[in-house]
Design a protein around this ligand. Structure first.
Ligand code: ATP
Ligand code: MG
Length: 411
């Protein structure tokens, strides 16, 4: 009988903590999802812990919710971290191939990836991922996986994602105190793409834009590899705040106004239409112009897409990605958002629903679950490097799993 194991992931977002748990059968390419949990994210601000006890309670609530549905205890998780402290740089590494007959081995790939880490990264930042983009063997460029090839000089171009160590440590501490061990820490900005993109989209060139609460994270792919990642500090929370200020309502009323009446297409709204706030609030009882609410929402979403466009321009991919923009995160559920993204970015646009998993849990057929499912997929593709305590990542071990994972991606 094929061996199976329980795998789980937790996405600590700034508005919700989402957990999924699945069964990974040996030999099966995707996990079978059997449980989902969600809890409000209290105790955190923009991805950073500001109240340890509240954060532990929120994490525990999300874990228990998923355990209840799955009927299985969760003992360890792949942890996703997001927020404005996540940053990325590109770095090159070069080595001389070690074997006498100059055949490139997995060891050489590990060594060249290690060489790429020799960049100045401040001591208070942790390397979360080193992603090989492309290899060069002697003068031959554009190699995806060099093991088995012959050469003297091996070069790699990598994309390195780092996070602010104190923020990650505090999150890890809260997760461990919630009673689960951490398999690995994965940047949330990389995860969503795993759940929503096909190999073909990654080959053609595509950007995943996850519009969350505290921020918007983007990841760009081309020729099958990660080209760029970035976190923009504007998200759904800013839309809500703008509505609250503009319409002089409480934050709770503004959130309800946004979700129940919001759209990013003001042209569709009648100038004279008003909304009676007493229908959705006990505190706010005045009337507001629907057109004004919608104009405020449209302006903020437009700004988000302009910032995404600026980010693409930095890497010279503005209007240049044939597979377009894929929107994830709960804020992508705003009506009219696809049209606004298409017009502002001048690219094909669609919502990214999670795929690449088995199971019949309806709740996760939702772009808001892309990150947590991506974490599970990413995690279960790596050999489990179960580590408990706050020892941090063992880069040597991590490199060989990167090599294995990278090999999986090669068609
Ligand atoms: N149906 C909806 N339409 C529009 N916006 C929505 C909808 N449902 C939720 N939102 C907004 O989505 C945001 C939360 O998104 P999400 O749950 O993806 O964030 P998160 O993962 O917790 O946070 P982050 O990724 O920023 O750390 C909130 O600002 C909320 O107002
Ligand atoms: Mg999120």
């Amino acid at each position: 009988m094929a061996k199976s194991k329980i795998v789980a992931s937790i996405d600590i977002g700034s508005s919700k903590i989402r957990t999924v748990v699945g069964i990974q059968e040996e030999g099966s390419p995707v996990p079978n999802i059997i449980g989902v949990g969600i809890a409000p994210s209290t105790g955190l601000r923009k991805g950073a812990v500001i109240d340890v006890e509240e954060t532990i309670n929120s994490i525990s609530a999300s874990l228990e919710d998923a355990e209840r549905m799955a009927g299985e205890p969760i003992n360890h998780v792949f942890l996703g971290v997001g927020g404005n402290h996540i940053a990325s740089i590109n770095s090159k590494g070069v080595i001389a191939v070690s074997q006498a007959e100059n055949e490139i081995s997995e060891d050489d790939v590990d060594r060249v990836l290690e060489a790429a880490q020799a960049v100045t990264i401040p001591s208070n930042r942790r390397i979360l991922r080193i992603i090989p983009k492309t290899f060069t063997v002697d003068e031959q460029k554009g190699i995806k996986y060099p093991v088995g090839m012959t050469g003297i000089r091996l070069e790699v171009e990598t994309h390195i994602v780092t996070g602010f160590e104190p923020v990650i440590k505090n999150l890890e501490k809260c997760v461990l105190q919630s009673g689960v061990d951490i398999d690995d820490v994965i940047p949330a900005c990389l995860a969503s793409a795993e759940a929503v993109l096909s190999k073909r989209q990654k080959e053609l060139g595509v950007v995943v834009v996850d519009i969350g609460c505290g921020g918007t994270s983007i990841s760009v792919f081309e020729d099958g590899a990660t080209l760029h990642t970035a976190v923009i500090p504007v998200g759904g929370e800013n839309v809500t705040n703008d509505v609250a200020i503009g319409m002089k309502t409480s934050i709770d009323t503004a959130e309800k106004l946004k979700i129940e009446y919001g759209t990013t297409i003001p042209e569709e709204v009648n100038d004279r239409e008003t909304i009676d706030l007493s229908l959705i609030s006990k505190i706010d009882t005045h009337h507001v112009s629907k057109k004004q609410v919608v104009e405020i929402i449209q302006a903020r979403y437009h700004e988000i897409f302009v910032l995404v466009k600026d980010e693409l321009a930095k890497i010279h991919r503005d209007e240049m990605l044939p597979a377009g923009v894929i929107l994830t995160g709960a804020s992508s559920k705003m009506s009219g958002v696809i049209d606004l993204a298409r017009e502002t970015l001048n690219l094909p646009a669609q919502i990214g629903f999670p795929t690449n998993y088995d199971g019949v849990v309806d709740k996760i057929d939702d772009p808001a679950y892309a990150t947590v499912i991506g974490l599970l997929l990413w995690g279960s593709r790596f050999e489990s490097r179960h580590h408990s305590g706050l020892k941090g990542l063992n880069m040597k071990k991590s490199l060989s799993s990167i090599t294995k994972w990278f090999k999986n991606l090669v068609p």
